[in-house]
Design a binder for this molecule. Sequence first.
Ligand SMILES: Cc1cc2nc3c(=O)[nH]c(=O)nc-3n(C[C@H](O)[C@H](O)[C@H](O)COP(=O)(O)O)c2cc1C
Length: 405
Amino acid sequence: MQQTATATDLTPPPETEVDYPSEQLLASATDTRGVIAYANQEFCNVAHMSRDYLIGAPHKVVRHPEMPRGIFHLMWERLHAGLPVCTYVKNSTGDGRFYWVFATITPTRDGFLSVRIKPRSDFFALTREIYTAMLAEEARGLPPDKSAEWFLDRLAEQGHSSFSAFSDAALTAEYSLREDIDRSADSELLRIAQLAEMLNESDKLVQQIINIFQQVRGEPINLRILSGRLEGAGVAIGTISKNYETMSADMYQMIERLRCDDTGLLVRMRGALVHAHSAAQIADLMDLTARQSAAKHDAVSRNQDGREILHAQAEKLSEISRAAVAEVAALGKLIPDVCRQLRRRINGLDLVKLLCRVESGRMSEVDSGLVGIIHRLEEAHHQTDRHLAALSATAFKIDATSKAL
Ligand SMILES: Cc1cc2nc3c(=O)[nH]c(=O)nc-3n(C[C@H](O)[C@H](O)[C@H](O)COP(=O)(O)O)c2cc1C
């Protein structure tokens, strides 16, 4: 007897996800066009595809239809610009299942290398949500370049100023969840973390100085009010107030410049350090992949080639990381000079304060309020001087720590 198909029979069974141990790192390398030149055994196993099938195939053979086109648009845009890409990718397996990875893709001498880890951080859940909405936008006709922009807007809403900022944060989160990383005392990443602490300390000091300047901002106005009250006798105080205002505004600008927008010294140092951090983390993952392969497959196996690619790329990224740390050090060297200039200006402000004191002496009979102002300025100068000395000392520590790398 013939059976009629029901609606339930026609619905394809839900795809199943391939689970794989989080210690497994999946690697593949391509030429500049994305044609696979190398795949490690772990990648072949999880992808459920033979190495013979993968080598020579375009990397899109593992593409899953639920990966937004906008992500690949961003990926290639960055790779063509010589930049690394770290992002979550859903892939298809040879037997119709799927698996998720957090991929770190970097340009090599003759193409690109991808080392993938199992995603576990909170960034993964967030990304999947965004990808789902992004796919819906693409289904409504949004082209890949616009879809990429749409993705960047969603990241910005989550507080990530760029794709790089998001990738770096996700990489750090995924990396820190791994149990198989060597976190020994002399590791490069530990020093980078120490440098990051020192930069935080510098940021705090700069903020404290800015707060002091904001607190005494009103004092020249107080001086002017006073000079008005004293009529003829207050002319000198009026002039002193103007001088103080100009000089402190100049100092305020100098200190703000340390951390403002893209050109601020501390901002540039932070950018270089994030770069160093990401490169060192990716280098570690590559080393780990090579060691994993060495432990599982003997030296004469075909995997030997892969280990060479991984080692060479890990070394290249470590060099990139060291160069970025050297940039942090070079920029940090400029800080004591800025501090010296600022301390010299404080001496100038002290002179103005001294003039105030002279005026206050001359008008001792008048309740001029000058004493209070002088006291507040004295305290502000003293505090600023102390913070600037600490900022200089931190800059010297940054230099010494970078040199140790
Ligand atoms: C080193 C490297 C690794 C890649 N890994 C993947 C991957 O795991 N999954 C994937 O779908 N695309 C990957 N791609 C991107 C593919 O080449 C391709 O752009 C993508 O699958 C989209 O294909 P389509 O534009 O033809 O739709 C990789 C590219 C490179 C250079």
